[in-house]
Ligand binder design. Structure first.
Ligand code: A2P
Length: 284
């Protein structure tokens, strides 16, 4: 139903994924079953989200083969480190009911502002992931919420290159320096909160362009990310909005309008800042 991007290890990845953070609050399994029913196959989860169990159940009940799905999970801040990462992956696999992940991500580069040894911690975690990949338990290794200084540490000291990095990205928060850095290093960007937790859906420019292209404001935001070669990970609990969020291929935003959207004032993040130290200093 939807197209793919190619990662730097030659893996193919669907260009839209379904985010499972909080979307599944309440009627968890049903939400995920609906997402599968409307056609999502790429699911982004994390041990922190507590949606792995539900996702595993929804997948089993779909009766579709495991290979039809693209599953990404992440270890939480307190699961970082060499042995902890190995244990965390086993737990995620068990909850998902699978024997491999398509991609495993380090959820946050720095577990807390006062974690001085984050560089060593990231590398120990990465070393465990490299071994898990050799064992066939992970197809690709990736990062989440990593800024250039965090990524550099992995690129310079790891032996396997990250295939993706996931950041909060949406019109009005495009984290240009980090996106550019990843592009230069062949790391595929992914966007969490691609519609900015709805904050930007009533922005004047977004409403104007949504009207022009006859799409919803959310579709405009998601298509804008795609045209910037970024994989959006929308989440929704409604079937209608789930469908809308993957129906992004019948229109194209003109280059001029892409530039206008790129110059939207950068309002900052709506979720958690990628670097707690910078967040304390209020650096966007
Ligand atoms: P709902 O579950 O009621 O659809 P983000 O991914 O940027 O963090 O935003 C998530 C929020 O956006 C959810 O609360 C979700 O609510 C809402 N949402 C998802 N898709 C759409 C859409 N197409 N139009 C409007 N709101 C949406």
């Amino acid at each position: 139903i939807y197209d793919c991007f190619k990662l730097n290890n030659d893996m193919k990845i669907p260009c839209v994924g379904f985010g499972t953070y909080k979307a599944a609050e309440g009627n968890n399994v049903e939400v995920l079953k609906t997402a599968i029913e409307v056609g999502y196959r790429y699911f982004d989860t994390a041990s922190f989200y507590q949606t792995e169990d539900f996702l595993g159940q929804a997948i089993r009940e779909s009766n579709l083969p495991r290979e039809d799905f693209f599953l990404v999970s992440k270890m939480w801040k307190d699961e970082m480190g060499y042995q902890q990462t190995k244990d965390a992956l086993e737990k995620s696999l068990k909850r998902l009911g699978t024997d491999y992940l398509d991609i495993y991500l380090i959820h946050w580069p720095r577990p807390s502002a006062d974690c001085e040894n984050w560089k060593e911690l990231d590398l120990e975690t990465w070393r465990a992931m490299e071994e898990l990949q050799k064992e066939g338990k992970i197809r690709g290794l990736g990062l989440s919420n990593f800024l250039p200084h965090h990524i550099k540490n992995i690129l310079e000291n790891g032996t396997v290159k990250p295939v993706v990095n996931q950041l909060e990205l949406h019109p009005g928060y495009m984290q240009q320096a980090a996106v550019q850095y990843c592009k230069e290093h062949g790391i595929q960007m992914q966007a969490w909160s691609p519609i900015g937790r709805r904050r930007i859906l009533e922005d004047g420019l977004i409403l104007e362009l949504a009207g022009k292209y006859q799409v919803s404001p959310a579709q405009l935001c998601l298509r804008f990310l795609l045209q910037n070669d970024i994989i959006p990970l929308p989440k929704s609990s409604s079937m209608e909005r789930m469908k809308q969020n993957m129906d992004l291929f019948h229109f194209e935003i003109s280059e001029e309008d892409v530039s206008r959207l790129a110059t939207m004032p950068q309002a900052g993040w709506s979720g958690e800042h990628p670097d707690p130290e910078l967040a304390q200093k209020n650096v966007v």
